[in-house]
Design a binder for this molecule. Structure first.
Ligand code: GRF
Length: 189
């Protein structure tokens, strides 16, 4: 069995979608959902879907060793970041090198880097007046969103779309592609 840990800090629409996608998969299972925000709705979504969910505070995540121990307790093979707003401790990056994926709601390298998360990304895309936006699924290394890209999908946007409408278009791409990209990535190894 390939066990996945999903790390998320927010609402958890991606986490829910991934859990449902693998719910009857015999080889791949979402074993745990971990959030660094106690009130994150993702924790509620996970427990409603019968998936163990844990809150680990930023202090504990950054105190070294805690996150790695939890991942090992759940026999985790792959880590999926879905709106996780915290750097991954180096001991975890080392142990899971090549087995940590993140999804960014834009076509990296554009609209990436510091402060580029959530609606900030879509507002910046709107401000820039670009014709397309999209998603990037990439490896996570020490430099976070500098890891090798493994998948990108784009969607056309026009000038009169609000940042919220852009966000919706991007979420549509996330829902459609993220689970399949994870499955292909795991099956190819
Ligand atoms: C998504 O837009 C994802 O691309 C980004 O954070 C957001 C998470 O949304 N990394 P949700 O919590 O999965 O609804």
């Amino acid at each position: 069995m390939n066990n996945i840990a999903i790390l998320a800090s927010g609402s958890g629409s991606n986490a829910e979608n991934i859990i449902n996608y693998f719910s009857d998969n015999k080889e791949i299972d979402v074993a745990v959902v971990i959030s660094n925000r106690e009130c994150a709705y993702v924790l509620e979504r996970a427990s409603k879907l019968g998936v163990p969910s844990l809150y680990i505070s930023n202090k504990h995540v950054n105190s070294g060793g805690v996150l790695l121990r939890v991942l090992q307790e759940y026999n985790i093979d792959y880590i999926i970041l879905a709106g996780y707003l915290q750097l991954i401790p180096l001991d975890v990056v080392d142990r899971y090198r090549g087995r940590i994926l993140n999804i960014h709601p834009a076509l990296l390298p554009s609209f990436g880097g510091r402060g580029m998360y959530g609606m900030n990304v879509h507002r910046a895309v709107k401000e820039a007046g670009v014709e397309y936006t999209g998603i990037t699924i990439h490896h996570v290394s020490e430099q976070y969103d500098k890891g090798e890209y493994i998948f990108q999908a784009k969607v056309a946007i026009d000038g009169d779309m609000s940042a919220e409408q852009i966000a919706e278009a991007v979420q549509g791409l996330e829902q459609r592609h993220f689970p399949q990209v994870i499955e292909n990535f795991i099956n190819k190894r």
